[in-house]
Design a binder for this molecule. Structure first.
Ligand SMILES: N[C@@H](CCC(=O)N[C@@H](CS)C(=O)NCC(=O)O)C(=O)O
Length: 212
């Protein structure tokens, strides 16, 4: 591998990892990829040194970057040639910023639900998960009611972090079902449109399997 090639440590099945991959693709940045096969590992070294044991992590030479948004911003700073991205602080007002907050919340809740009930096998009817699932259901209905208006208010852009995160969340709900979103036609339409982008097509969710 070229030592200058940025390395992303993550999972092809992870919605946070996919956000970073889509942003990299839109910026025209080639990323080397190091999959983390076992989310049960409790060794920070398996997570690129992230003490929180969370993914993704970016390595840029000797530099390490933790956190999806940090990674996206770092890539955009270092590789400014590609798509111009609209960041959270450039969203035009409370409606759009609230929508971004709801998407980040739902992404974290999806980790809670999938990791807690599907990976760790804890009971889904426990208050901790039941409340998270209800909150996620309400967030999806809230977003469906507002998405068209929010998108209409966004300034001219090639891409916004809001759209990338929302798309990665929605497709992840089909890949690792936790709560339904079949009844949300406006979100479906948004996801269908976004899925046409080459960056989305090149980053479809799948489970990484170690070579045997
Ligand atoms: N704040 C982190 C959250 C990332 C996150 O929750 N990643 C999930 C994978 S999709 C993870 O590391 N899960 C492992 C765990 O929760 O133990 C970010 O923005 O990157």
């Amino acid at each position: 591998m070229n030592p200058a090639t940025p390395l992303l440590i993550g999972r092809s099945s992870s919605h946070f990892t996919r956000v970073a991959r889509i942003v990299a693709a839109e910026l025209g940045v080639d990323l080397a990829f190091q999959p983390v096969y076992d989310l049960g590992s409790r060794d920070a070294a398996d997570y690129g040194g992230n003490p929180a044991m969370k993914l993704p992590v970016l390595r840029l030479g000797a530099e390490t970057v933790f956190g999806t948004e940090n990674i996206c911003r770092t890539l955009a700073e270092r590789f400014p040639g590609g798509a111009r991205i609209l960041w959270t602080e450039q969203l035009p007002g409370s409606a759009a910023r609230n929508a971004q907050e709801m998407v980040w919340h739902a992404m974290a809740a999806q980790v809670q639900l999938v990791f807690g009930t599907q990976a760790a096998g804890l009971p889904a009817d426990n208050l901790y998960f039941a409340k998270a699932a209800e909150g996620m259901t309400q967030v999806l209905a809230w977003l469906d009611a507002r998405i068209d208006d929010v998108l209409a208010t966004l300034p001219q852009r090639e891409l916004s972090l809001f759209e990338v995160t929302l798309f990665c969340l929605l497709e992840h709900l089909d890949f690792r079902p936790s709560v339904g979103w079949a009844e949300h036609p406006r979100l479906r339409a948004f996801a269908g449109d976004f899925a046409q982008r080459p960056s989305a097509g090149a980053t479809a969710y799948r489970f990484d399997r170690p070579a045997v």
